[in-house]
Design a binder for this molecule. Structure first.
Ligand code: NBP
Length: 477
């Protein structure tokens, strides 16, 4: 009974996380439903540190020092409940179950509540960075009690990614489902980032006429500036890759139908429930869905579009610079929306999430890691109650400088018939927030006309209804 931590669920993520703990000097109990995987892990990687293999749940629990720290890395959903049901009866008050899977935060809230009655700390933990991250240092987003973080925090800080300034990419996000909620929005933002990059690529290809290899070089240049990020870096790698079999650019031999596992969809579903406009994430999810409707696309190929016009060499280079401006401006707006959603979730569930801290733990380890996140942390540090990232003077100034190019790129996309749903959605959001008056006043008039839904006036307090079907006098409702 001396393992400081246990990991059950030894597929790619759990195995690498267990190795990460062991490589950092912790004794790790390991367990998997199919016991052969446990034996394989110890045979293959036993030399990396101290592992205590356990065949049964009982052996596993007995191998752990108290209070026990038990990490679950199984498929999210029913398997997680099955594993909790198996282990919870074997645990004691004060023990901790850490769920590192991609659970829905509502499930995490339920599990936390149920286990709390038993005195067990349930720590729903977002882990980002894929299998490489799990092994070499992920970005970790734990929820749960403060008490559990006191015990787990130092271990998580040790195995987590470190930002450029050496800070560990982990923080206690907040109670119960806060960690999984923030991980969900992280993934939503990742969808939007990927879609915006995809739209930039399509414009460089179809409007500027560049080849994938040339676009890879453009992305490499961008990656040395303010867009410096993991996703831009791997985009250049993917675009410069040539298919060994055909000699064609790899990107041209891949079927253009994007799949999804669901965290982007959850982000949008929850945003709708909270009433938060995350249009960039929503457009990114819808764009994947459009791409997957092969039959619909096939049946629509004959629809009329504008005649294409490819730019000359110099024009193309100037256009590429503008696309960089557009991408940066859209990225600021997309993150503005994502952080709004985190703020709204925090408010709704009383999580008291530190938004600047969230940005700072995404600087390393995770898929959306980027130099840009430092700026977000600074913005929230300067003004913790910042109502929106766009209210930060620095971001507002950058968008002001980018906006002419941003608008011009989207205008070109529209006239040339290149779909840029996420670019356009972010600009529409920006212009909506800026607008002194929105057509929502007209919407209210229509609602009052057909449904007597009432409206407020700009000039005095009260709720009003106009007798549309009668003499159109106004009544106080
Ligand atoms: P999978 O999501 O493929 O899950 C496989 C593991 O779940 C195996 O250990 C399997 O045991 C176990 N399992 C299943 Br399935 N049903 C079970 C049950 N009823 N009882 C006990 N164990 C059961 O593994 P993964 O890709 O390593 O991901 C693990 C978690 O981490 C998931 O929640 C995932 O969403 C999350 N995540 C993944 C990534 C990534 O990049 N892959 C990144 C971040 C988070 P068996 O060996 O006996 O079948």
């Amino acid at each position: 009974t001396h393992a400081q931590i246990g990991v059950t669920g030894l597929a790619v993520m759990g195995r690498n996380l267990a190795r990460n703990f062991a490589r950092n000097g912790y004794t790790v109990a390991v367990h998997n439903r199919t016991a052969s995987k446990t034996r394989e892990l110890v045979e293959e990687f036993g030399g990396e540190g101290e592992f205590v293999p356990a065949e049964t749940a009982k052996e596993f629990v007995e191998a752990l020092e108290r209070p026990r720290r038990l990490v679950i890395m199984v498929k999210a959903g029913e398997p997680t409940d099955a594993v909790i049901e198996e282990f919870a009866p074997l645990l004691e008050p004060g023990d901790m179950i850490i769920d590192g899977g991609n659970a829905h935060f509502a499930d995490t809230r339920r599990r936390e509540r149920e286990l709390r009655e038993q005195g067990i700390h349930f720590v729903g933990t977002g882990i980002s960075g894929g299998e490489e991250g799990a092994l070499h240092g992920p970005s970790i987003m734990p929820g749960g009690s403060v008490e559990s973080y006191d015990s787990l925090g130092p271990m998580l800080e040790k195995i987590s990614a470190k930002a450029d300034d050496g800070a560990p990419c982990v923080t206690h996000v907040g109670p119960d489902g806060a960690g999984h909620f923030v991980k969900m929005v992280h993934n939503g933002i990742e969808y939007a980032d990927m879609q915006l990059i995809g739209e930039a690529y399509q414009l460089l290809r179809d409007v500027a006429g560049y080849s994938p290899a040339e676009i890879a070089d453009i992305f490499r240049t961008w990656n040395r500036g303010r867009l410096d990020s993991y996703l831009i870096e791997i985009t250049a790698e993917v675009l410069s890759h040539v298919d060994a079999e055909t000699g064609e650019p790899f990107v041209d031999v891949v079927v253009d139908q994007a799949e999804q596992k669901g965290t982007g969809r959850w982000t949008v579903q929850i945003a709708l429930d909270l009433g938060v406009p995350v249009s960039a994430i929503a457009e990114a999810v819808f764009a994947r869905s459009v791409s997957g409707h092969a039959g619909l696309r096939e049946a629509s190929r004959h629809l009329a579009g504008p005649s294409p016009r490819t730019l000359g060499k110099e024009e193309a280079a100037a256009f590429a610079d503008k696309v960089e401006q557009a991408l940066y401006a859209s990225k600021i707006v997309s993150y503005t929306q994502g952080f709004h959603q985190i703020a709204a979730g925090s408010e709704e569930y009383d999580w008291d999430i530190d938004l600047g801290k969230v940005a700072s733990i995404w600087r390393g380890g995770c898929i959306i890691r980027a130099a840009f996140l430092d700026r977000i942390t600074q913005a929230y540090e300067a003004q913790p109650d910042l109502p929106s990232l766009l209210a930060d003077q620095g971001f507002a100034d950058e968008i002001a400088a980018a906006q002419d190019d941003w608008r011009s790129v989207i205008a070109t996309a529209v006239t040339q018939g290149v779909p840029t749903p996420a670019f356009a959605a972010t600009l529409a959001y920006y212009d909506s927030l800026r607008a002194p008056r929105l057509p929502a006043a007209l919407t209210q008039g229509q609602r009052d006309y057909f449904g007597a839904h009432t409206y407020h006036r700009t000039d005095r307090d009260g709720t009003f209804h106009t007798l549309w079907g009668g003499d159109r006098t106004e009544t106080s409702a």
